[in-house]
Design a protein around this ligand. Structure first.
Ligand code: ADP
Length: 267
């Protein structure tokens, strides 16, 4: 169709009818059900939903880390299904940044080496100004020579965030990037992520449980039971929290019966 083709050129990431089933015939779990969504370039989207609603599965499929059972994922107009494993690895390395809950830092390398490793692997020359800016913003300026084992969990997460940004990826996927951080550091990191969307035109997709973190996004997409369950544009933390409460109420009979305000479902 003409219109959907035209849309694809402006979308940094697109999922069309993506489903993911885990397990065999006897014990299969449908983690994602025919999920379709576009993520325009230079936008920040938060993805929220109850535990087990398919957020991680969505993120892993969108980032090319997990192959969907059916459906299509395109990144920068490239259909991931058409790539072999080497091409997929190259696409991830060149265009995608990851900030995941497990930091995946290399224990024998210093903070500085961990941050610049993706640049070396991709054959890029380190941009010293960018590295200095990123390191300063995540508050690691005095830790560059340390090993990961000498850092707190929050500091290790900040190394992972810096590492994801120094390659200037077109798209960044983040899974609870501020979950281990104190409020002040979280605000600084979210400000940095927001800025990388506004000034560098990066596309950011972030899974979070935190309504305050979600309020930094342009849009919040809600998942429930592997399916789209609504969205909010220009979200406030209060509006996000209210929507999350209602989503939780769907799964909780007691809350539904005792809280009349939740019985109307989503608006
Ligand atoms: P969320 O991130 O919202 O908590 P997930 O995407 O992790 O949700 O999980 C969605 C559903 O898929 C859950 O029922 C979960 O148990 C199941 N699931 C996730 N990963 C696997 C896996 N590797 N093998 C089997 N089931 C899985």
């Amino acid at each position: 169709m003409q219109t959907s083709h035209a849309l694809q050129t402006t979308e940094a990431v697109r999922l069309d009818a993506v489903s993911k089933t885990y397990g065999g015939a006897d014990s299969s779990v449908i983690a994602l059900r025919e999920f379709s969504m576009g993520f325009a370039g230079a936008t920040f989207t938060a993805v929220m939903g109850p535990s087990g609603s398919g957020k991680s599965t969505f993120l892993h499929c969108a980032a090319g880390l997990v192959r969907p059972t059916s459906g299509t994922v395109t990144v920068g107009g490239t259909d991931l299904a058409g790539l072999d494993d080497t091409q997929l690895t190259e696409l991830r390395r060149d265009r995608i940044g990851f900030i995941f809950q497990s930091f995946n830092l290399l224990p024998a390398l210093t903070v500085r080496q961990n941050i610049t490793l993706p640049l070396q692997l991709g054959g890029q020359r380190p941009d010293k100004d960018l590295i200095r800016t990123v390191v300063h913003r995540v508050g690691l300026g005095d830790r560059l020579g340390h090993l990961p084992s000498e850092l707190s969990g929050g500091q290790q997460q900040r190394v992972a965030i810096a590492r994801a940004l120094v390659t200037r990826p077109a798209v960044v996927f983040a899974d609870e990037p501020t979950g281990a951080l104190d409020t002040r550091t979280a605000a600084s990191v979210l400000g940095l992520l927001r800025e990388s969307v506004d000034t560098a035109g990066r596309t950011l997709v972030m899974v979070t449980h935190d309504p305050v973190a979600a309020s930094y996004a342009d849009r919040v997409v809600f998942l429930a039971d592997g399916s789209f369950a609504g969205e909010l544009f220009r979200p406030t933390a209060d509006a996000v929290a209210a929507r999350m409460t209602r989503l939780g109420a769907w799964d909780d009979e007691t809350t539904r019966q005792t809280t009349p305000a939740t019985s109307g479902g989503l608006h």
